[in-house]
Design a protein around this ligand. Structure first.
Ligand code: FE
Length: 348
């Protein structure tokens, strides 16, 4: 039998439930799919929530995992903002229609045009928030700096048997080669990549850090790496990392010509974002001074916003450098042609 007390209890519970629902309805959320997972990113997200009241739900996966998830979720995807690393991947996601354009005066003022997706009238589909350079590391005992201070020399017969890289098809290399394709033309890029393959000390394998270690051990004379992998090792106090960095030197290639290849980590609004306003706020927040500092420092990268200056001892030690001026969007768009060349020249 229903007692008065149990009715009262049920009423209190129902009212509580309703209050809960309306709080839920009012609470703004942002669903973030991120390929970046760094300690300082926690502070980045917490500050955004503090400033806007928008709660961030995060899905962490690697870039390939995020793209696969977006494809399979389709129109029902809860994703609002996507963070990816590398121009080739951002370009691919845009080409597959996984993003939507954004016209933002804030972002146009803060992020240089060459670090944004191409604006075909309705805005850019993605925005770069940090940059990393793709540099040459060489063994100080066996290689002379003047023999490796351009990307072109990686293909020079004088460097036969010395070059080590990760897979040619890895997005970091696809982007560098996409830039070389722009500088050298299709035929020039093919000749160059053929020369690089002919100079290899071993089949491409491992990640960038593995190339640095192989250069230190002497298995390779010359390697390619993103700056942050080297910076991470330079800042490490592990004896084994100290031993590695003592044996290698870094060179920012092509300082006397077009400059060193630079890539980005970037963000975009998902095609089917349900919380678009929150997504816009978040992308604009990422270009603010404090967010830029968190974003870049978290992975030893350079801020995309030119006026933001960071004190990062490892990057400072590597020194300032001249970056190439090719728009990142062009580099990404060349990745399809580059992959075909890689298949022809046998660059695994
Ligand atoms: Fe990486």
């Amino acid at each position: 039998m229903l007692s008065l007390r149990s009715i009262r209890r049920a009423t209190v519970a129902a009212v509580g439930l309703l209050a809960g629902f309306s709080a839920l309805a009012q609470e703004q959320v942002l669903n973030l799919y991120s390929a970046r997972h760094y300690q300082t990113d926690e502070a980045l997200y917490a500050d955004f929530t503090k400033a806007t009241g928008i709660r961030i739900n995060r899905v962490d996966a690697d870039d390939a995992g995020i793209l696969a998830r977006l494809r399979s979720e389709g129109a029902s995807s809860p994703a609002d903002v996507i963070l990816l690393v590398d121009a080739a991947r951002l370009w691919r996601a845009e080409a597959e229609g996984l993003f939507q354009p954004l016209k933002s005066a804030t972002l146009e003022a803060r992020i240089p045009a060459k670090l944004r997706g191409k604006d075909s009238g309705s805005g850019s589909q993605w925005f770069g928030y940090s940059t990393r350079a793709r540099v040459v590391v060489y063994n100080k005992m066996s290689v002379k700096r003047e023999d490796v201070d351009t990307y072109e020399e990686l293909a020079d017969p004088k460097n036969k048997g010395k070059v080590c890289t990760r897979s040619g098809s890895h997005p970091y290399n696809l982007s560098l080669f996409g830039a070389m394709y722009e500088h050298l033309g299709a035929a020039g890029a093919e000749t160059w990549l053929k020369g690089v393959v002919a100079n290899m000390a071993r089949e491409p394998k491992g990640g960038d850090t593995d190339q640095i270690k192989a250069v230190a051990s002497g298995e390779c004379g010359i390697g390619l790496t993103n700056t942050y992998y080297l910076a991470r090792m330079l800042r490490s106090d592990k004896p084994e990392d100290r031993a590695v960095v003592e044996k290698v030197a870094v060179v920012f290639p092509n300082q006397n010509s077009w400059g060193t290849h630079v890539n980005i980590a970037g963000g975009a609004i998902a095609r089917n974002a349900k919380n678009r306003d929150a997504a816009v706020k978040f992308l604009e927040y990422l270009a603010s001074d404090p967010a830029q500092a968190y974003f870049a420092n978290g992975n030893n990268e350079y801020p995309a916003v030119p006026s933001v200056k960071l004190a990062n001892p490892a990057l400072d030690a590597m020194g300032p450098f001249k970056a190439e001026l090719i728009p990142i969007s062009v580099v990404g768009a060349n990745s399809v042609a580059v992959q075909q060349i890689l298949d022809r020249v046998g660059y695994k």
